[in-house]
Design a protein around this ligand. Structure first.
Ligand SMILES: C[S@@+](CC[C@H](N)C(=O)[O-])C[C@H]1O[C@@H](n2cnc3c(N)ncnc32)[C@H](O)[C@@H]1O
Length: 215
C-alpha cells in the first residue's frame, strides 16, 4: 500500500469490526498497520486542534488544573494543554497509538495511558477540571456511543468543563465511519449533572460545544 491509504483501510477494518459486534476493535488494528508501515499513520496531526487553541486563547476555563484528553491518539492536543500548564493525562483505547504518542513526545510531561471509555479505571473517574473530547464519540456507532458519552462525562470533577469538537450531521448520507452527530446525539453528554453552556455550529461542518458538571 502507498501513502494516504489509511482512510480506505479504516473503512475495511471498521466494517469487519462492526460485523463481528466489536465496534471499537478496529482502531488499534489500523494504528498497528500504520506502525508496521503498510499504510500511512491515521489522525497524525502534529498541531493542536485550532478550535481548542482558540478556546484556550479566548479565556481559559479556570486556572490550569488537571486536564484529560479522551481518545488522544498521537498526542497533539494533550501536548498543547501540558504546554499551557495543565497537568495532563491523555488516554486511548489503542495501545499502538499510546506507544506512538510516547515515542513522538519523548520526555513529555503528559501521562499517556491505555484506557477504554467503556471501562474506565477508577482513578480517572471524577478527576479532571477540564476534559477534551475531539472526534472520538463520532467515530463509533450507537451502541456503544451512549455508554462512551457517559464515560466522557464521568471523568469530570464537580465544576469541571468538557470541551467537545465533533463532525456535525447535515442530512447528507455518507458511509460511516465517521458518524456525524446531531444535536440530540450531543445531548448524550447531558447526564450526571452535566449541562451545556455553549453549543456552536462551525464550518467543517463541526460542533464546537462546551459543558459544565454542576455537581
Ligand atoms: C477519530 S480518532 C481521533 C483522534 C484524536 N482525538 C484526533 O482528534 O486526532 C478517534 C480516537 O479515539 C480512540 N478511541 C476509540 N474508541 C475509544 C474508546 N472506547 N476509549 C478510548 N479511546 C477510544 C481511537 O483509538 C482513536 O485514537
Amino acid at each position: 500500500m502507498t501513502e494516504r491509504t489509511w482512510a480506505r483501510r479504516a473503512d475495511q477494518l471498521a466494517a469487519q469490526a462492526y460485523a463481528a459486534g466489536q465496534p471499537t476493535a478496529w482502531f488499534d488494528r489500523l494504528y498497528a498497520e500504520a506502525a508496521a508501515g503498510t499504510i500511512d499513520m491515521p489522525w497524525s496531526r502534529t498541531e493542536p486542534h485550532p478550535l481548542l487553541v482558540r478556546r484556550l486563547d479566548e479565556q481559559p476555563p479556570g486556572p490550569a488544573g488537571r486536564a484529560c484528553v479522551v481518545g488522544c491518539g498521537l498526542g497533539a492536543d494533550a501536548e498543547f494543554l501540558a504546554g499551557r500548564g495543565w497537568t495532563t493525562t491523555g488516554f486511548d483505547l489503542a495501545p499502538t497509538a499510546i506507544d506512538q504518542a510516547r515515542a513522538r513526545h519523548a520526555g513529555s510531561a503528559v501521562e499517556y495511558r491505555v484506557a477504554d471509555l467503556l471501562a474506565l479505571p477508577d482513578d480517572l473517574v471524577g478527576a479532571f477540571d477540564l476534559v477534551v473530547e475531539i472526534h472520538t464519540l463520532q467515530a463509533m456507532p450507537n451502541p456503544p456511543r451512549a455508554a462512551a458519552a457517559r464515560g466522557v462525562v464521568s471523568l469530570l470533577a464537580p465544576g469541571g468543563t468538557l470541551f467537545v469538537v465533533q463532525f456535525r450531521a447535515t442530512g447528507v448520507p455518507a458511509q460511516p465511519p465517521p458518524f456525524p452527530l446531531t444535536r440530540d446525539d450531543l445531548a448524550l453528554l447531558e447526564v450526571g449533572g452535566v449541562v451545556p453552556v455553549r453549543v456552536d455550529e462551525v464550518d467543517g461542518p463541526l460542533w464546537r460545544a462546551e459543558f459544565v458538571r454542576r455537581v
